[in-house]
Design a protein around this ligand. Structure first.
Ligand code: FAD
Length: 317
């Protein structure tokens, strides 16, 4: 009992990036426990998904061809049955809306220790995990009792595994009780401003409270347009109703991993950084040289955004 079981995540026909982060985290843990890495993919185009998930470090991919989209009752049954069949030491899933829907139920049914929103772990005859507490204000470690359990990992904390692998793909021997399925997905409706999914953006221009007035947003929109970038924001702007919720980056917003993230008039509070620290290149524009955003920025401009932004827009036009 040293294997690791992970469950890939997909939505509306596409695998989510976190599935490839799970492979990195799962492989890391499997190396420490000395076991194999199993990846389950449940619902949707499972064979195509299995091809894409066949990355370095994965030993076996288990497909469960049941339904198109996420379903609580299907996932709960499938994961419990896979767990019973494979007897993994740990079940590792992402800390996402879908996973938080079914994983607590699975952990309760399995009656094993369960820790959420893991940002790091260490294994030494038992798992010690790192996570934040009090809304990200402190960080601590949790020792999981016993030698098995369930963890959910925070998106963008592990790199995505890119290299191709040579995993075995198996159709899982899972028997779903259709009468236990109590809900179905009938369709999707975007929330206001939901045309944009900032978590998929490659280039983000993000604006914070430094913008001062709603009217000044035009300045930032113009820069974003010139750079062909996606506009995002810190929470205060969303709370003020200046931008829709789906544009919020951070702990209570979205986790983004673009190639370039330009943070303008954003101080770099831990709750904001939690959502963007996985960006490849971070550029900060802030008139306060001691703003914490500069601690994680690759490039910084210490100046008034009302001087810098129009100049940037002109240079790139
Ligand atoms: P501020 O902290 O006010 O920073 C504004 C920055 O703009 C300052 O650094 C200032 O120097 C700079 N500035 C001002 N004028 C100019 C100028 N003219 N030119 C250049 N720079 C200028 N926040 C999030 O963003 N996302 C979340 O998901 C989130 N979730 C949260 C969850 C919880 C439970 C809690 C408690 C808080 C959460 N927050 C979140 C809020 C977070 O703690 C911060 O309050 C917020 O991120 C601050 O936003 P800001 O950087 O835009 O504003």
């Amino acid at each position: 009992m040293s294997d690791i079981l992970t469950v890939a995540e997909h939505r509306r026909g596409g695998l989510r990036d976190v599935s490839f982060e799970l492979i990195s985290a799962g492989r890391e843990l499997a190396n420490e426990t000395g076991g194999s890495l199993h990846v389950a993919v449940i619902g949707g185009s499972v064979d195509d998904f299995a091809d894409t998930l066949n990355r370095e470090g994965v030993d076996t991919i288990h497909t469960v061809d049941e339904g198109d989209e996420f379903n609580h009752n299907v996932y709960t049954q499938a994961v419990e049955q896979l767990y019973a069949e494979l007897s993994p030491q740990y079940l590792v899933t992402p800390q996402t809306v879908n996973a938080m829907d079914y994983v607590p139920a699975v952990a309760t049914e399995l009656d094993v220790p369960f820790t959420t929103d893991v940002t790091d772990f260490e294994y030494d005859d038992g798992l010690t995990i790192t996570r934040e507490f009090y809304g990200g204000k402190t960080e601590g470690t949790v020792e999981m009792l016993g030698d098995d359990g369930v963890i959910t990992i925070r998106p963008a904390e592990w790199p995505q595994t890119e290299a191709a692998g040579s995993a075995t793909v198996e159709a899982a021997d899972v028997d779903i009780d259709e009468s236990a399925i109590r809900s179905t997905v009938n369709g999707f409706e975007e929330v206001a401003g939901g045309d944009v999914d900032i978590s998929e953006a490659e280039f983000i221009v993000a604006i914070g409270r430094g913008i001062d007035e709603k009217e000044n947003l035009d300045l930032i929109e113009e820069l974003a347009e010139t750079l062909d970038a996606t506009l995002a924001a810190s929470r205060p702007l969303v709370d003020s109703g200046w931008l829709p919720k789906n544009r919020q980056v951070g702990q209570s917003g979205k986790v983004v991993t673009p190639e370039v993230y330009i943070a303008i008039g954003i101080s770099g509070a831990v709750q904001h950084v939690a959502g963007m620290k996985g960006s490849d290149t971070i550029i900060a524009i802030n008139d306060d040289p001691s703003a914490p955003i500069f601690d994680i920025a690759d490039y910084g401009i210490v100046d008034d955004l009302f001087e810098v932004v129009p100049e940037l827009t002109e240079q790139f036009s």
